[in-house]
Design a protein around this ligand. Structure first.
Ligand code: FAD
Ligand code: NA
Length: 379
């Protein structure tokens, strides 16, 4: 074995694939029973509908190198992501656009009129002096749109009143003064034709790659543990950086999600893949309906059943899956201290969203793994 990789998410598998192609012998361990990290998906057994186990994953990128690379392992459908939101029992398109504004104000404003209206409403606060997230939100889009579409949704995401959240949590609230409600602005977008797991398995499918599942780096009863391997060979570590150092500089904080899955006896539950719930009286933030990610599978999917998943958001404990970095000032100080410790850890390369404590989209995790391979590991 020439290289040990801890974690089989997109970051770890990209390194593994590049190293194997260059003739290195690689072992990839993952503490979960499956490969793929948070991008893992599987068919719901009763319906055969592909479910993204750790929340809906939409692939999109404007990075030509990454796009060329991922297409070696999978073809992509022409799926285009769009999100709607339910506010007081009325459905509006997101991100906030001219359609949302005109529906909300029961008007037929032109782009210029809508822009003038939002600017006038936003005059209540100055974004630069906003004391908290609420003032910042109002300063960016005005009170009516903020209260309808941002306030309660944000409170549910953070389980905190936005008046008590720092203004920096939002840097901008994009408003589109046309009817374009395409969610992503990237050059390429789509879903893997035969699913995420087939894609991830193809990346790992090489004689030089040995994958060991249900294998925890910190479990000293298995041979690929930290104690036995650090200093013996190069290691790419994509688990939580604070856990690696036994929380010596404190715990970095994360939000997690809880998912409630249900098979509903109708062919179509909500008519679209993601419906947000903007108001406080609905406890979940959104509902995913997985069949709508793959309209091209209509022939294969049942017409009398559908799979939905309600999503709830909360702060993570050590036992929960870490999903989104909270990034408090204390977290940022802790991260700097961990980066210093990481520099001193000879032969261990920290990568991926957990190893660097940052939210990374899939294309970013893949792009940053390709850079690590080229710059630090390929020589
Ligand atoms: P991960 O996928 O988290 O992989 C890390 C792996 O390390 C895990 O499998 C874990 O089990 C393993 N590990 C941790 N500790 C140990 C240990 N001690 N021993 C062994 N193994 C260990 N990206 C998009 O581009 N589009 C989206 O729509 C999108 N939606 C998302 C929705 C949610 C809810 C979340 C959380 C993420 C989403 N992402 C999305 C991001 C995407 O999941 C990440 O980019 C991707 O998972 C990053 O890969 P990674 O390899 O860095 O981390
Ligand atoms: Na979102």
């Amino acid at each position: 074995m020439d290289l040990l990789i801890v974690g089989s998410g997109f970051f770890g598998l990209t390194i593994a694939e590049r190293a194997a192609a260059a003739g290195r012998k690689v072992t990839v361990i993952d503490r979960r029973h499956h490969i793929g990290g948070n991008a893992y998906s599987e068919d719901e057994p009763e319906t055969g509908i592909e479910v993204h186990r750790y929340g809906a994953h939409l692939f999109h990128t404007s990075n030509a190198t990454v796009w060329e690379y991922v297409n070696r392992f999978t073809a992509f459908t022409d799926y285009v992501h769009r999100v709607y939101t339910n506010h007081k029992g009325v459905v509006y398109p997101l991100p906030i656009n001219l359609g949302t504004i005109n529906q909300f104000f029961q008007a037929a404003h032109s782009p210029a009129e809508a822009k003038a209206l939002v600017q006038e409403l936003a005059g209540e606060f100055d974004a630069k002096n906003a004391a908290n997230l609420e003032e910042k939100g109002i300063a960016l889009i005005g009170r009516p749109l903020y209260e309808a579409f941002i306030r309660d949704y944000t409170a549910k995401q953070w389980q905190t009143d936005p008046k008590d959240l720092p203004a920096e949590v939002i840097s901008r609230l994009p408003v589109r003064y046309n009817y374009d409600n395409r969610y992503f602005n990237d050059t390429w977008e789509g879903l893997p034709v035969d699913g995420y797991t087939a894609w991830l398995e193809r990346m790992a499918d090489h004689a030089n790659i040995d994958v060991r599942l249900s294998t925890d780096f910190f479990d000293e009863s298995q041979p690929f543990n930290k104690q036995a391997t650090v200093g013996q060979l190069p290691i790419v570590y994509t688990g939580p950086v604070d856990r690696y150092f036994d929380y010596a500089e404190g715990e970095l904080s994360w939000r997690t999600l809880d998912f409630e899955e249900e098979v509903v006896p109708v062919g179509d539950y909500q008519g679209t893949s993601v419906m947000n719930y903007a108001d406080a009286d609905v406890p979940y933030t959104r509902v995913h309906e997985f069949r709508h990610f793959h309209p091209e599978r209509a022939e294969r999917y049942p017409t009398d059943k559908t799979v939905i998943m309600r999503e709830f958001s909360r702060f993570a404990t050590r036992e929960d899956e870490p999903y989104y970095p909270v990034n408090t000032p204390q977290d940022r100080t802790g991260l700097l201290a961990y980066r210093e410790l990481a520099k001193g850890e000879q032969g261990v390369h920290f990568g991926g969203r957990l190893g660097t404590y940052q939210y990374l989209d899939m294309h970013m995790a893949i792009g940053s793994a390709l850079s690590m391979w080229n710059n630090d590991l390929s020589a």
